[in-house]
Design a protein around this ligand. Structure first.
Ligand SMILES: Cc1cc2nc3c(=O)[nH]c(=O)nc-3n(C[C@H](O)[C@H](O)[C@H](O)COP(=O)(O)OP(=O)(O)OC[C@H]3O[C@@H](n4cnc5c(N)ncnc54)[C@H](O)[C@@H]3O)c2cc1C
Length: 441
């Protein structure tokens, strides 16, 4: 059964995924002679670059996400559907939904992003959640805040130490941003608020299998980032991949670190679009698209963003970042417009890299614009202004700017609520809470 009953002879574009890529396709097709159905399994567009700030209690969920339906309310030709895509019938030109219904398309754009990958250790996910969705961010926030709460009541020194140890696996931008901010939370923000523990004793351990942090940046920026993290009190462990991850901690390079909070920031796996389409994928599961971003053998299907393996003009892989997804969305919209205007053929996508940015805590950042490289406080201001600029809506820009001002000047983080009850998450199960007299609660 069809998911919609619209009788309409206009060209029907179905876009799956309202992330950076999918939403850009829809935005750039304003006024084009077609109707669009935008499908997403969540009701909101998410600004993932600031997710770590929700996970570390700096921003609220509503400051970095917007209802898709509201964003497109003025576009009468766009229908938004909250639904999960489970496959594609290429012969019948149908998108298959997980409830058994389907949607016919003339042109299809798949922009379903990626999830974290555990390199064959899927069982680690329950001990070391990754950061990709708002739910992930609030789960991590809850674990971090609960660890401090439980440490406050813990009499046993070894258990208290494990509760006050935070391990982050993977030292890319997300791992570095999480480590720096958790260190600031423990060593600055929370210092006056607990009575039985000294939160400054908390350990933040950043473990990276490769030889340096921020491997995508130049070596001098990596070194600067590592030194800055160490000044914030982060222990940086390089060259030793994690070999074991349990409810009690991690093992890497033959060392065991008991820790109640472990966060996964290493590796991504594309959404299963390649399986839906029955086309070749790279090791990360990304569809190996043609130069014009179409799926091989299917000129009416485009695959973009984190779900696509795209090569830049210099032969290097296009990075899985928001500007790349947006540029691809813009290119696809241009191709669709040209086709609707009766032009045959399509031009290859050409990626233009504007730069790489990463923050280290609330005052420092590194920026690589190619010829220009910046680090320190100036880089942080540029990073901050760029992120505020790319947020959607004046209210959110003001709200985020105000939250950051408060963090900067008063060290107060506004979003420190533990929701969904205070029952211990899984990793704490083997470490029951005790009163100071040692009686189990
Ligand atoms: C923690 C984190 C920090 C990041 N930081 C930065 C940064 O600082 N700078 C930067 O440029 N990039 C950053 N990125 C990467 C950037 O967010 C991605 O490259 C970008 O979001 C990719 O856009 P996309 O459109 O391909 O996918 P996404 O933006 O992930 O959107 C995919 C959409 O598809 C939907 N979807 C998925 N599967 C289905 C399905 N089966 N059915 C229906 N809908 C589905 C999802 O709900 C989602 O809305 C970060 C990513 C993460 C996770």
């Amino acid at each position: 059964m069809s998911a919609t009953h619209a009788e309409d002879s206009r060209h029907h574009l179905v876009v799956v995924g309202a992330g950076f890529g999918g939403l850009e396709v829809v935005h750039r097709l304003a006024g084009a002679p077609l109707r669009i159905t935008l499908i997403d399994r969540r009701n909101h567009h998410l600004f993932q670059p600031l997710l770590y700030q929700v996970a570390t209690a700096s921003l609220a969920t509503s400051e970095i996400a917007w209802p898709i339906r509201h964003l497109l309310r003025r576009r009468r030709e766009v229908t938004t559907l909250l639904a999960t895509v489970a496959g594609v019938d290429k012969q019948a030109r149908r998108v298959l939904l997980d409830d058994g219904s389907f949607l016919s398309y003339d042109t299809l754009v798949i922009a379903t992003g990626a999830r974290h990958a555990y390199f064959g250790h899927d069982a680690w996910e329950s001990f070391a959640p990754g950061l990709k969705t708002l739910e992930d961010a609030t789960t991590i926030r809850r674990r971090i805040l609960l660890a401090f709460e439980r440490a406050e009541r813990e009499a046993d020194p070894a258990r208290r130490k494990a509760l006050l140890t935070f391990v982050i696996i993977g030292a890319g931008p997300t791992g570095v941003e999480l480590a720096g901010t958790i260190a600031e939370l423990a060593h600055m923000t929370l210092v006056d608020e607990f009575r039985s523990i000294d939160t400054r004793e908390a350990r933040v351990v950043l473990i990276e299998g490769g030889p340096r942090v921020l491997a995508a940046f130049t070596e001098d920026l990596s070194t600067y980032a590592q030194r800055s993290l160490e000044k914030l009190g982060v222990e940086v462990e390089l060259g030793s991949p994690v070999t074991e991850c349990t409810a009690n901690g991690v093992v890497y390079g033959g060392k065991t670190v008991p820790a109640a909070t472990i966060i996964w920031a290493a590796g991504v796996q594309a959404s299963p679009a390649a399986e839906w389409l029955g086309v070749a994928a790279d090791r990360a599961g990304r569809v190996q698209v043609e130069a014009d971003l179409t799926a091989p053998g299917n000129p009416e299907i485009f695959v973009i963003g984190d779900t696509a393996a795209v090569v830049a003009p210099d032969g290097s892989p296009v990075p899985g970042i928001a500007p790349a997804a947006k540029q691809q969305g813009g290119h696809v919209a241009q191709t669709i417009r040209a086709r609707l205007a009766g032009q045959a053929g399509s031009s290859p996508f050409r990626y233009q890299h504007a730069g790489s940015l990463a923050t280290i805590g609330k005052r420092l950042a590194v920026i690589d614009f190619g010829r220009i490289k910046l680090r320190g406080a100036l880089a942080w201001w540029i990073w901050g202004l760029a992120h505020i600029y790319f947020l959607i809506g004046v209210r959110n820009r003001l709200s985020v700017a105000l939250s950051w001002l408060w963090i900067h000047t008063r060290d107060q983080r506004s979003s420190r609520l533990i929701t969904q009850g205070s029952a211990s998450p899984k990793p704490a199960a083997s470490m029951p809470a005790r009163t100071s007299e040692g009686a189990e609660l």
